[in-house]
Design a protein around this ligand. Structure first.
Ligand code: ARG
Length: 264
């Protein structure tokens, strides 16, 4: 995670970002700290990277790397305003003992668009990550990739349209939640075939960035407005933990965007 000490909304690269609307950096830091405290209270270890001035979106750690079995595929951002973030995270990985770090050739916004389910890597495209990055991810990470097409600009990254609630086991597919309308008709069909038991989010769940949730398979951390989705999760036996993301959402980000998962 990366503290939002330099967080602002001074450019607009998604429909959530309105540079004329006031943003409180202090409140963003408080929201981020509460999220980090929630992880630690639940027994997870959190590593941090120092934020860099002039990179207001660096708080969105999910966009800077995909780590599976200790192998790292870094990021290549579409927007020039975010380009420099990728190298800060690359340096962090090298300084923290990661030996297998590959930087992508194609535009690749990492866990923003790449979601590990335990057996498949779901890979979004349409707004940010280049479809060519999906094949590249399969080669570098050595995992099977399924491409998913995003069609609604408000849901510009896969991680604001879908999340994994519990990972696949050797005999079952992952349990996921998603907002069907964020995807093209063919992708909706593919998701129904792969995940017939998925939780389907409503327009209201999606509109508060409720799908930008983080789950450890038991505990799900999600924005406090996502009450319908939370109810579904509780019905399925999960424990819900709400967080306030009022300031971070002004940039189009939520709990998952602030969190890169270090697998292995
Ligand atoms: N302002 C950032 C952008 O548009 C938000 C990124 C949110 N991160 C995410 N994983 N969806 O790039």
């Amino acid at each position: 995670m990366c503290a939002p000490r330099f967080f602002t909304v001074e450019y607009s690269i998604n429909p959530w970002m309105d540079p004329t609307r006031p943003v409180s950096t202090d409140r963003a830091v408080a929201e981020w700290t509460a999220l980090k405290d929630t992880y630690e209270r639940l027994g997870h270890r959190v590593e941090t990277i120092d934020p860099a001035p002039g990179l207001p979106d660096m708080v969105f750690a999910a966009n800077s790397g995909t780590v599976i079995d200790g192998r790292v595929l870094g990021a290549r951002f579409r927007a020039p305003q975010r380009t420099a973030e990728a190298d800060h995270y690359r340096t962090w990985f090298l300084d923290h003992g990661y030996r297998d770090v590959v930087m992508p050739q194609r535009v690749n916004e990492a866990e923003g668009d790449l979601t590990w389910t335990g057996d498949l890597l779901l890979a979004g495209t349409g707004f940010r990550t280049d479809p060519g990055a999906h094949a590249e991810a399969q080669e570098v990470l050595g995992v099977p990739v399924v491409s998913l097409h995003l069609v609604d600009p408000r849901y510009y990254h896969l991680d604001v349209a879908l999340f994994v609630i519990s990972e696949a086991t050797p005999t079952t597919r992952a349990h996921i939640a998603y907002y069907p309308e964020a995807f093209s008709p063919g992708t909706q069909q593919a998701l129904r075939r792969l995940y017939p038991d998925a939780i389907l989010a409503t327009a209201e769940d999606a509109a508060c960035l409720g799908l930008n949730a983080v789950s450890d398979g038991h505990n799900v951390i999600l924005p406090q407005e996502a009450t319908h989705l939370a109810g579904e999760l509780v019905t399925h036996g999960y424990t819900v933990h709400f967080v306030d993301i009022t300031e971070l959402r002004k940039s189009g980000g939520g709990p998952k965007c602030c969190t890169m998962e270090l697998r292995g």
